[in-house]
Design a protein around this ligand. Structure first.
Ligand code: GLU
Length: 431
């Protein structure tokens, strides 16, 4: 029988024996196998003395819900899966990373979880998070509502890391008075790799749920490149700021809630936090206005870029610095900027709520300092304070989906879920 990509093989050469998964490979002069450590090695065909198939490639079937036998002395955690790298492995047929693992397989891979709590798991979707739409937030809310009714002690939501910050913000707005911990967990390396961060992030989240009285929505990811500590980070103040590092998530304009040592389970609280309260009843407000836009300012902008949003109900402008947009006219080359200001005024007058955030990411928008931003305020642009642009976008869509226009304009500048920090401290900058 000849080996095919995806098969587990043992390859013998004159100097070594290597075992791993046979990868697809365009080269005809060599083969590539993925070792259990996650690394790929190429082996020159000329050196190969034999290839033995250890196990043929098996495709994975998906199921929906699994409950294992409960230990009444242990708390119960429900793991809801939406997909992402944490639920992925390399598709050995195509060579790409695809969403593949079922909830059961993830549990089997990380058996420590069952020692921490009774684990129930359920698949909501199996997708990469760049494909999330507002309607998915509603699906997730429904699943969470059902788990809360079943009196679980906490929920872990697995999610792709790319738009995890948006979903974390969306859920913290939509799930009013959630009285249990909802911890959102992802991974930067797929769960089939030796270097995966899935295990530590999941275990830290589970230990945080069982070892604390925290209630609310938070993100749990690696603190640094050591494999020991994970951070519990505030849902509306956390952003992915690195494409590939396992410590890609940083808290912006706030502090992490807690540090969890994933091996010992030791929890150090680093900030104030809301605690579980029996009197809090979950209220789901999962309407998000669909027509909300996001526009990044840059040199050489044209009025039509702003005018485009006239038919929208909300617009987040990601301005420069303190909340600037190209609306000043300092010399003959900038005449068009008067039209930019007029275009923004037209958008605001058309009924679209326009909010300014800053592409600096850290710090606060101050629109009273420079004349350009003062003009922007005059034509109706509202300051987004120190909100992350992504959080401001989700908040605006949520407000427009649940409140009247005048209330939206008022509430957008008020702190509702920790998204606005009234007093920024020195150590809240990459501290
Ligand atoms: N782009 C994918 C996602 O966000 C994979 C990245 C990840 O999960 O870390 O779902």
């Amino acid at each position: 029988m000849t080996s095919k990509p995806g098969d587990r093989v043992k390859v013998t050469t004159k100097d070594s024996v290597k075992e791993g998964i046979l990868m697809p490979n365009q080269e005809t002069s060599s083969i590539v196998i993925k070792l259990d450590s996650g690394y790929n090695v190429g082996i020159d065909n000329k050196k190969i003395e034999g290839i033995k198939i250890i196990e043929k490639y098996k495709s994975v079937k998906q199921t929906t819900k699994k409950e294992s036998k409960k230990d009444s002395k242990k708390p119960t955690i429900s793991i809801l899966h939406t997909g992402g790298t944490i639920a992925s492995k390399v598709d050995y047929r195509t060579g790409g990373v695809v969403s593949k693992f079922s909830p059961e397989e993830i549990l089997e891979m990380f058996p420590e979880l069952k020692g921490i709590a009774n684990i129930e798991s359920r698949l909501i979707s199996n997708m990469f998070s760049e494909d999330m739409r507002f309607k998915h937030y509603s699906l997730i809310c429904k699943a969470i509502e059902e788990e809360v009714k079943e009196n679980v002690d906490g929920i872990i939501l697995t999610h792709g890391t790319d738009t995890m910050g948006y979903s974390a913000a969306a859920l913290s707005f939509a799930l009013e008075n959630i009285n249990i911990p909802l911890i959102i967990v992802g991974s930067q390396r797929s769960s089939d790799r030796g270097s995966t961060d899935a295990a530590s992030n999941l275990i830290a989240a589970a230990k945080f749920i069982t070892g604390s009285a925290f209630a609310g929505v938070a993100v749990c990811m690696h603190e640094n490149t050591n494999d020991s500590d994970c951070l519990i980070m505030p849902a509306t103040k956390t952003r992915k700021i690195h494409t590939s590092r396992r410590d890609a998530f940083k808290v912006v304009n706030d502090r992490p809630i807690a540090r969890v040592n994933y091996e010992s389970g030791k929890i150090n609280f680093l900030n104030n936090y809301a605690k579980k309260s029996k009197s809090d009843k979950l209220l789901i407000k999962d309407n998000f206005e669909e027509k909300v836009g996001f526009l990044k300012c840059h040199p050489n902008m044209f009025p039509e870029q702003f005018e485009f949003f006239k038919s929208y109900k909300g617009l987040i402008i990601e301005g420069t610095g303190l909340g600037q947009a190209p609306v000043g006219n300092p010399n003959e080359l900038t005449k068009i900027h008067e039209k930019n200001l007029k275009a923004i005024e037209n958008v605001a007058k058309s009924g679209c709520v326009v909010v300014m955030s800053s592409q600096c990411i850290f710090g606060r928008v101050h629109m009273h300092v420079y004349s350009g931003a003062i003009d922007l305020q005059k034509v109706g642009v509202i300051s987004g304070e120190d909100m992350l642009p992504e959080t401001a976008f989700i908040k605006l869509a949520w407000l427009l989906g649940n409140f009247k226009k005048d209330e939206v304009k008022d509430l957008v500048t008020k702190n509702l879920r920790g998204e606005i920090n009234e007093r920024l401290l020195e150590d809240e900058f990459l501290g």
